[in-house]
Ligand binder design. Structure first.
Ligand code: ZN
Length: 187
């Protein structure tokens, strides 16, 4: 019988939650007793045969998306611009962009959570995309170009909606949304 033991060679020492997760993983793996005779193989658990199939993946995803298990927000779309830009805005609304506060919240060790551009505040999504000096200079110019008041636009959810009472027509609103989203993408 082979006993498993671990000797890690870290380039960056795990801290906080990662230490706990590592311990959990080691405990889990320590229960496995390899015989040394059988060869290793990959097994796809959702299928009885152990072999991967697209159908089993679809069934698994549909089960995950059922309202009792997980709720996924619909993606955002503006037909005037490439879909990848809508996806970026959608990810920002879900707090899924890798700014420093989000990385820190997920247990990734960083030397600082302050904004690397201005160092005036911590790097949140709202800071990076809207309030940071560089971003707010760009927004200032975009709002002036459209004769709009910056006050309409205070956080990432406002940015995603981009509703503005000064824009009378829905076409105007759609164009404004496209411009705001593209600006966000480039920031
Ligand atoms: Zn900044």
């Amino acid at each position: 019988m082979i006993e498993l033991s671990f000797s890690w060679d870290w380039t960056s020492t795990p801290k906080w939650r990662l230490t706990f997760e590592l311990q959990q993983l080691e405990n889990l793996v320590s229960e496995v007793k390899p015989s040394g005779k059988a060869s290793d193989e990959w097994v796809w658990k959702p299928c009885n045969s152990g072999r991967f199939s697209s159908k089993s993946m679809i069934v698994m995803l549909e089960e995950l998306q059922s309202p009792n298990i997980i709720h996924l927000e619909p993606t955002l779309r503006n037909n005037l611009i490439p879909q990848k830009i809508g996806i970026l805005i959608w990810r920002a609304c879900q707090n899924k962009l890798p700014v420093r506060t989000e990385l820190d919240r997920r247990g990734i060790y960083l030397h600082s959570t302050r904004c690397p551009v201005c160092d005036d505040d911590i790097e949140t999504l709202n800071h990076t995309l809207i309030r940071c000096n560089t971003a707010s200079d760009i927004w200032d110019r975009v709002f002036k170009w459209w004769n709009l008041d910056m006050i309409n636009f205070m956080d990432i959810n406002d940015l995603a909606k981009c509703s503005n009472s000064n824009l009378q027509t829905s076409t105007g609103s759609t164009i404004w949304q496209a411009i705001a989203w593209v600006t966000t993408y480039f920031i």
